[in-house]
Ligand binder design. Structure first.
Ligand SMILES: [Ca+2]
Length: 384
């Protein structure tokens, strides 16, 4: 928050001026409407390669923050639009968590809690302004406009402008399993087919595609420069107490076997992910969780998987241990407790974070549960 800190210093300098003894002050009327101070600079945000929205604290008001919108111009340059917003009364913006928090969790070193009455500050908005950079396509409820390009929400989905996302259609005859949080069969598309119906977004021009595999039928192919992100997970753990988490996936690593390849995780937007499965150099595979009871990720590491072979990899966190399974055999477990940390980051599939550490190979049948799967259940998934 270097920028915010500098802005705060300059604000403090201006505000301190009236305290200077009168004899030293030139006889100049202070301006009636002082110029609005440049309190924030949205261009300093880390948007990553494709991000459109980031947030900055408001140094003049701990209750408020700026939603920074990044627009890509035709020539590839960026325009930044700050939208001033405020938390609900009695809540405070916490920049390190990118969310509004109660008094107990507030951090106010770099902002002002009680504003002097004569300081010209932005009025707290009573209703936060909702920014939706996507647009409606008239007459086509299952489509939306993304920077002028028509895109589909996917089967059984409609676009909701107020929520600014795709949601299940009300008249859908959708068949889904409400037990699983996210499920990617990779048979017809790259989307989640659980009742959640989370939308997958390509993170680069080198798209993830479906391909036919001799062993597993239709699967997802990641070419080492492509990944998916799932915005549904962006704020999933905020104000929730998630003590159980399970993930299972079929992976077949075909390239980049010396480097690290993200499989499923929710990092690295602000900090390291709080849940993660990745493959590493020398066939080193790892899974981990980060909870509010530990200060770093608790990771099972150095598990070997074989390249160019389908391997079933799963992790289960049950509130007491994290256990890793390879082909339905427990390979390691570590003690860890607590609630999974929130990360304000989408879920990445096929990259450690959008733009780097790509997975190269195939994936199939990703299952994610907000509960601990048993060995029997892992075994069943490994036979699908
Ligand atoms: Ca499949």
């Amino acid at each position: 928050m270097k920028v915010a800190f500098i802005a705060l210093v300059s604000f403090a300098a201006v505000f301190a001026a009236p305290a200077v003894p009168d004899v030293l002050v030139p006889a100049v009327e202070p301006p009636k409407n002082p110029a609005v101070l440049p309190v924030i600079d949205c261009s300093t945000c880390d948007f990553g390669p494709y991000g459109r929205v980031q947030y900055l604290a408001d140094p003049l008001n701990c209750n408020c923050f700026y939603q920074c919108q990044r627009l890509t111009e035709i020539d590839g340059s960026f325009t930044y639009i700050p939208h001033h917003q405020c938390c609900a009364p009695s809540l405070f913006w916490r920049q390190s968590w990118l969310t509004c928090v109660t008094d107990m969790f507030k951090v106010t070193e770099n902002c002002i809690v009680q504003l002097p009455a004569d300081v010209n500050t932005p009025e707290p908005a009573t209703t936060p302004e909702r920014i939706c950079a996507l647009g409606i396509v008239p007459g086509k409820p299952g489509f939306f406009l993304n920077e002028g390009i028509e895109q589909t929400c996917g089967t059984n989905m409609v676009f909701d402008f107020d929520l600014c996302t795709c949601i299940p259609g009300t008249d859908s005859d959708l068949i889904c399993d409400s037990d699983v949080l996210l499920y990617y069969p990779f048979d017809e598309d790259l989307d989640d087919h659980s009742c959640t119906r989370a939308t997958s977004t390509q993170t680069s021009e080198a798209s993830v595609v479906l391909t036919s595999d001799v062993d597993r039928g239709t699967v997802a192919k990641f070419n080492g420069a492509s990944s998916l992100h799932v915005g549904y997970i962006y704020n999933y753990f905020a104000d929730r107490y998630v003590k159980q988490w399970s993930m299972a996936v079929w992976v077949k690593r075909t390239g980049n076997t010396a480097g690290l390849g993200g499989v499923i995780n929710n990092g690295d937007c602000v900090e390291a992910p709080s849940f993660d499965i990745h493959v590493g150099g020398g066939d080193v595979t790892s899974c981990s969780v980060d909870t509010d009871s530990v200060s770093a990720m608790v990771a099972i590491q150095d598990v070997a998987i074989t390249a160019n072979v389908w391997e079933h990899v799963a992790m289960v966190y049950d509130g007491k241990d994290i256990t890793m399974y390879r082909n339905a055999s427990s390979v390691a477990h570590l003690a860890v407790q607590g609630n999974i940390e929130n990360r304000q980051c989408p879920m990445n599939i096929g990259a450690q974070h959008a733009g780097s550490d790509y997975f190269e190979g195939l994936m199939d049948d990703i299952y994610i549960y907000e509960r601990a799967l048993s060995l029997d259940e892992i075994t069943k998934l490994s036979k699908l």
